[in-house]
Design a protein around this ligand. Structure first.
Ligand SMILES: [Zn+2]
Length: 264
């Protein structure tokens, strides 16, 4: 018990410290990810750690290597505690559910939560490479690049690929452990990931807050710009990007888990 706890904490540390050094995580993000990663390894083991790492490593990789961001934005793309919690707490809840009950649905939810995360980050990073501007997911209106709620062809393809990659990583690690997953289970995970990413775009297009900077006039998703408080413009002023991410992950994952619960 104590041995495996100490090993889990050390494995967690071995993952998050390089991430901090590569500026993928801020200090608060590193500490949160350390607690999360260690508990995943401790209660779940390899079958749980692999989809987590697949989603996290690919998201970080694309944000660092793909063109389309300036050097400063690349350097500052490290994730804070709030972002780690927004993207990880649904999966974390699944780990707790598993630790308490041993219900296999907890694992299905955990992998699906990371499929949504990968679908979302792959879409954002690859969508930047689109030669045509993104379009509003509901109205089709042309949007400014980087504005929430926009979709592009390359972004949507990347989104499906990201979700499928996380599903495949779980399929491979389960097969290596002699517990081959059903094809429909893997397809369901991938579809949940894509659905969650589209839901994120719908929320971003409709309810997410937009602000106008009183200093430079830019329309932004951040409540502060140019060092001053920006004026609310549209959407729910308290619904920022992190909360939109959390909501879309939770809703997509819950839908998938409920579907599985009804079918068994
Ligand atoms: Zn400004």
């Amino acid at each position: 018990m104590w041995e495996s706890l100490i090993i889990s904490v050390l494995i967690g540390l071995a993952i998050v410290v390089p991430c901090r050094l590569l500026r993928v995580l801020s200090t608060s993000g590193m500490l949160t990810a350390w607690a999360f990663g260690s508990s995943v390894v401790f209660w779940g083991g390899l079958a749980w750690a692999v989809p987590l790492l697949t989603a996290f490593v690919t998201a970080s990789l694309w944000s660092k290597v793909l063109p389309g961001r300036d050097a400063r934005a690349k350097r500052d793309s490290c994730r804070t505690m709030t972002q780690v919690l927004a993207n990880g707490s649904c999966a974390w809840a699944c780990v707790g559910w598993w630790a308490l009950s041993g219900d296999p649905l907890a694992y299905a939810g955990f992998v699906a939560a990371f499929a949504v995360l990968a679908a979302d980050t792959w879409a954002t990073e690859w969508g930047r490479l689109s030669s045509t501007p993104p379009r509003h997911i509901l109205t089709g209106r042309t949007l400014v690049r980087g504005e929430s709620g926009g979709v592009s062809l390359i972004g949507t393809i990347a989104s499906a690929a990201g979700a499928a990659t996380v599903a495949a990583s779980a399929g491979i690690v389960l097969a290596l452990q002699g517990r081959a997953a059903e094809w429909w289970w893997l397809a369901g995970i991938a579809l949940t990931g894509l659905a969650g990413s589209l839901l994120d775009s719908v929320l971003g297009a409709t309810l997410q807050a937009r602000f106008t900077c009183p200093s430079c006039g830019t329309i932004t998703e951040d409540s502060r710009h140019c060092g001053v408080s920006a004026t609310p413009r549209s959407g729910w002023h308290w619904l920022g990007n992190d909360l939109v991410n959390l909501t879309s992950i939770v809703l997509a994952t819950a839908g998938w888990v409920l579907l599985l619960a009804c079918c068994r």
